[in-house]
Design a protein around this ligand. Structure first.
Ligand code: BGC
Length: 864
């Protein structure tokens, strides 16, 4: 048995703020039916040591343990190793990893203060970025370790002795600063020299706290200059530690940057560029920083992977649509930081970059920018005259595929423009491909939309003056997100944002919450219940439930959801009755709370949620399912979808209801909005309308994602046809080309097309459901997913003899092999599958035969 992918608090080798972290691992084994029968975890203060903890041999199949060793302290480094015993009681090799504790309480920051420097009057766009720094001398002793911890009210970038530290972008990320601030830790040991004069500096930026938020303007959290706090700990071999903290002794100056804003972009007069955190630059003329106490809002170590540059895109084409304007095409809509390399420009030349998602549909080749609204994402540079200069904005990112450049004296080549794709540094875990080109394109569009909206929060879109953590968007895409990337820590962080934003039992419409929007809206507010439940289902760990549970119980006390501001957002003239919609969502919310309470052993809340759900369900049925033939009234496509997907329609009538939904769709065209779309494919496929689900999914006719793709979309758009909306002034308001919520078909592709799903009764893929559902003319599909226990694969291929099917079930798991109903026989390596345990009942969804499959890799041949 191989133990791999060790994680701590769902991250790889993190710096954490948790004293009893969850340690987890994945397994791999070539032996069928292999299982973990026991584990042993050791933790120590050096690699391989066990001086902090030795769990001993624990008889358990859990691929997780909570640290239970000697009490840990701030800044402590912990090495840990785990080994497991397999089904034959053979023990594995040790697998090793480490984690480190950061600063745990505000008092650990010593005398650090929040420092800022007023670089000039706050222009409407924001403050010019300040540089603050401190000169100090490192003791002439051997340095064993140096760590920098920093946070900000705004953005910060750390520099030490002339080098940028850490390559983390948009730090410290967005949280509600009245509830908590996140901090990052950096290993700076190699940047310090014993006995040498040193300079520690921070480049500040407006960020979420001082910059524009939504259309609320600047200073939503109070007008102030951007501020940051940091603490540098230098540990010496003699056991002593020196600490340098941000305080009144720091000096400040303006940088070359004159504007930095998430929406507006960034401006710099690069002639004034200063390698400010270097001893080569004197700070004698600099001003004194202003200070504020750290305060009592807890500063916590960032509990999810940092935002980093992930890959570089290089422009594939450049055009010259009008005199002096060059439009670069990066070939892919994404969120990133553009970077233009220029050569031979006279000092003082002004070069402007504007990023946009599309060019105008009038064929002029100029940028379409109306959908950015006030977020002009424009970067301006005054060049410094060096032979070759790289121009890149600071403390911002844009949502774009195209960049228009002015100010260049001659035609550039495409390769002069690049972009750093930016998002949280999570691991990619899922892959999908099949014989249908449209479905493959949709998988790619959805993945890119997720990556583009994968910052410190799940944003709704990366381009316009919004970029908010809309709760419906995050909730409806949550399962898809888990198939795309290892999102446990990232979604848990957002769950905390939802908890922080909930008041009086009402979940927020956006998290971090802002007063511009509401709370308690059905279909949005329930995210604080549904996302932790999704995390528990996918990762099999109750910690996500516990994180939100005290808030979840307040939600129960306030059900049903009484407001419904957004309804089935962007439905095509087929609105769903507001009371009917809210009641449907309320039932699912109560049912989910009942399940959560049951898992957490809170029988009284479970009973109360169950009876609340039951009485709301009976009322929904008597009000909206008035006949016995599956008619839902008032009727809308989404009313049927929710009725079917949430189990609100009596079982005896579901097939008829699905047929009525199918009829509405084939007669009137697809009309559902965002909420209906998220459940559409399941509502159809699970109720006898699989072929319609495939035909909608593979469609290239309006309205469909395939149509959007055929019209140039490379991410899932907010409107089915964003190009058409370019000219409709009123609709420009909501015409993002990059809305992940529209890509929630991603989970259906993995679950129903590739055939990899979880068993709700055995969370965390303890029992994998392998249930491909060939249809829609798709002849093969290949899905792979790094689940919490290990790698899962399902590759099938329909051929003239039947269907070949390769599956991989990770060790320590079982699977249900659910045969597509067209196939009655399965052979494995010459033997009949009936040598394996048949599940007595047929698949409740497809009616196909089912078998219990031990873990391992198999190749089956299915025939009729
Ligand atoms: C966002 C949506 C969000 C909605 C609420 C929009 O502006 O982009 O995705 O859920 O507002 O209706």
């Amino acid at each position: 048995m191989l133990v791999r992918d060790l994680s701590c608090e769902d991250m790889s080798r993190p710096v954490i703020g948790v004293l009893t972290p969850r340690l987890k691992w994945r397994l791999q084994s070539p032996i069928r039916g292999d299982a973990q029968t026991a584990y042993q975890v050791q933790a120590g203060s050096s690699a391989g040591a066990a001086d902090l903890w030795d769990s001993g041999k624990v008889t358990s199949s859990a691929q997780a343990a909570t640290y239970a060793g000697s009490a840990l302290a701030a800044r402590q480094r912990v090495y840990w190793q785990v080994r497991v015993w397999d089904a034959a009681s053979a023990v594995s090799q040790w697998a090793t990893s480490s984690f480190e504790l950061g600063l745990l309480a505000n008092s650990d920051w010593g005398s650090a203060l929040m420092i800022g420097y007023q670089t000039g009057a706050s222009a409407s766009g924001g403050y010019p970025a300040a540089c603050v720094r401190k000169t100090f001398t490192v003791a002439a002793k051997t340095i064993t370790r140096a760590r920098l911890y920093a946070t900000a009210l705004g953005f910060y970038r750390p520099h030490l002795n002339g080098q940028r530290v850490g390559q983390v972008e948009l730090a410290p990320g967005w949280t509600d600063p009245t509830k908590r601030l996140h901090a990052q830790a950096y290993d700076v040991t190699s940047l310090l020299t014993s006995g040498a004069a040193s300079v520690l500096g921070l480049q500040l930026g407006d960020g979420h706290i001082q910059g524009n938020i939504s259309t609320l303007g600047r200073g939503y959290y109070g007008n102030d200059v951007p501020r940051a706090a940091c603490a540098l700990f230098i540990d010496y071999a003699d056991g002593t530690t020196d600490t340098i903290v941000s305080d009144a002794s720091w000096k400040g100056t303006a940088s070359a940057n004159t504007l930095n804003d998430l929406y507006l972009g960034s401006s710099a007069d690069t002639r004034n560029h200063l390698p400010f955190a270097s001893t080569a630059v004197s700070d004698s003329g600099w001003g004194v920083v202003s200070t504020k106490a750290l305060g009592s809002v807890p500063i916590q170590m960032q509990p999810y992977p940092h935002i980093r540059r992930q890959e570089t895109l290089t422009a594939v084409a450049v055009t010259n649509p009008s005199a002096g304007v060059y439009v670069f095409d990066l070939g892919q809509n994404h969120a990133g930081i553009p970077r233009l390399t220029v050569s031979g420009l006279a000092r003082g030349t002004t070069v402007t970059l504007q990023a946009a998602e599309d060019t105008k549909k009038d064929g002029s080749g100029t940028l379409y920018t109306a959908n950015l609204r006030t977020a002009v994402q424009t970067d301006t540079f005054v060049t410094d005259g060096t032979a070759t200069q790289v121009l890149e904005p600071l403390h911002t990112y844009h949502g774009f595929r195209y960049v228009a450049v002015t100010g260049l004296p001659s035609a550039p080549t495409a390769s002069q423009m690049q972009s750093s794709v930016l998002h949280a540094d999570t691991k990619e875990v899922g892959s999908f491909t099949c014989s249908n080109a449209t479905l493959n394109t949709l998988w790619g569009m959805a993945r890119w939309a997720h990556r583009s909206n994968h910052m410190s929060i799940p944003t709704d879109c990366p381009q316009r003056d919004e970029r908010l953590g809309w709760s419906a968007d995050a909730m409806l895409f949550a399962r898809s997100a888990t198939f795309s990337r290892d999102n446990a820590a990232w979604l848990a962080k957002y769950t905390q944002d939802l908890v922080d934003g909930t008041s009086a039992g009402k979940g927020p419409d956006v998290a971090p919450y802002i007063t511009q929007v509401g709370r308690g809206n059905a279909g949005w507010a329930d995210a604080v219940v549904v996302i932790p439940w999704t995390l528990y289902q996918v990762y099999g760990d109750t910690k996500y439930l516990s994180l939100a549970y005290s808030t979840i119980t307040t939600v129960l006390a306030n059900l049903p959801w009484s407001s419904n501001s957004y309804g089935d957002y962007l439905n095509l003239s087929d609105p769903t009755n507001s009371a009917q919609f809210s009641a449907a969502v309320s039932i699912r919310t109560a049912q989910t709370i009942a399940k959560i309470a049951t898992v957490l052993g809170d029988a009284s809340t479970a009973n109360s949620a169950t009876s609340t759900a039951a009485s709301m369900l009976s009322s929904w049925q008597s009000t909206y399912v008035t006949s016995t033939d599956g008619t839902v009234s008032p009727s809308s496509q989404t009313a049927y979808v929710l009725g079917l997907a949430f189990g609100l329609i009596p079982a005896a009538q579901t097939a008829q209801a699905a047929a009525k939904l199918a009829n509405l769709i084939t007669t009137n065209g697809l009309k559902v909005g965002f909420v209906g779309l998220a459940f559409l494919y399941d509502a159809l496929a699970d109720n006898g309308q699989l072929s319609l689900a495939y035909s909608l999914a593979t469609s290239t006719v309006y309205p469909s994602l395939g149509y959007a793709a055929a019209n140039g979309a490379t991410t899932t758009p907010e409107q089915w046809n964003p190009r058409a909306f370019q000219s409709t002034a009123a609709s420009q308001d909501a015409n993002s080309y990059n809305h992940p919520i529209r890509g929630c078909i991603l989970e259906w592709l993995m679950r129903d097309v590739a055939g990899i799903d979880l068993d709700a009764s055995a969370p965390g893929y303890a029992n994998v459901i392998l249930r491909p559902r060939p249809g829609g003319g798709v002849t093969y599909a290949q899905g792979a997913y790094e689940g919490p226990r290990g790698r899962i694969e399902s590759d099938w291929n329909v051929n003239s003899k039947g269907m070949s099917w390769h599956v991989v079930v990770p060790p320590n798991s079982t699977a249900i092999l659910s045969l597509p109903p067209a196939y009655g026989t399965a052979k494995i390596a010459g033997a009949d599958i009936s040598t394996m345990a048949a599940v007595a009942s047929a698949d409740p969804i497809t009616g196909g035969k089912r078998y219990s499959l031990p873990s391992g890799a198999y190749d089956f041949n299915l025939s009729t």
